[in-house]
Design a binder for this molecule. Sequence first.
Ligand SMILES: Nc1nc2c(ncn2[C@@H]2O[C@H](COP(=O)(O)OP(=O)(O)O)[C@@H](O)[C@H]2O)c(=O)[nH]1
Ligand SMILES: [Mg+2]
Length: 219
Amino acid sequence: MKKRIPRIGIGGPVGCGKSMLIERVVPILAKNGYRISIISNDVISKEDADRMRQNLATNQGLLPENLVIGVATGGCPHTAIREDPSINLSVIEEIENEHSDLDLIIIESGGDNITTTFSPALADYFIYIIDVSGGDKYPRKRGLGIETCDLLVINKIDLAPLVDANLDIMERDAKTVRKNKPYVLVNCKTDEGVDIVARHIIEDVLFEQPPKKIITNAK
Ligand SMILES: Nc1nc2c(ncn2[C@@H]2O[C@H](COP(=O)(O)OP(=O)(O)O)[C@@H](O)[C@H]2O)c(=O)[nH]1
Ligand SMILES: [Mg+2]
């Protein structure tokens, strides 16, 4: 019987760091022995998929090049991950038919707005990312993604002083609007917090019990 490979959906506004988070998390997962495929949705181009393939597959050899797949969705980004995820589901079907030994499929949404969510038919676990560059009013202003995701990532914390964003306020509001569901403050440039994202994936999606002492990106 065909194996159903666990799937993570990663959503968030344009430029918040979805691809970069994948580029920093996949090395940790690969070093810990997990075999991964990446599907990157974009509205028009396949630029982020090409960048991830070059970095993770060609340069680092962490996964085969044909397992980083770009999908140009054409229309509204959340349509392809929620209302009609058939384009992504057909890519997944091909992956499951040809690479049944994989542990995880990561699906990046095209950059969208704060109402993004993934259809449960597409993703088993939903990571939503915001970055601090819009100021500290999010997560307080809420939004479906921020409130309902399994893990909220607040990225680009290095930029907080430049935009007068108060990280304490963002943390306080994340706790309140998410009713204590998990969130992580991340800097994808330095890897701060990325190991915590990896740990959530290992424990909550791959159900590694007891949790491994994970190998990180640290040199
Ligand atoms: N300063 C800073 N820049 C970041 C961080 N994460 C991502 N970026 C930059 O943000 C830009 C958009 O990142 P990308 O991953 O392509 O965003 P996506 O559109 O959500 O996939 C790139 O220029 C990244 O280098 C971070 O933690 N700090
Ligand atoms: Mg991207």
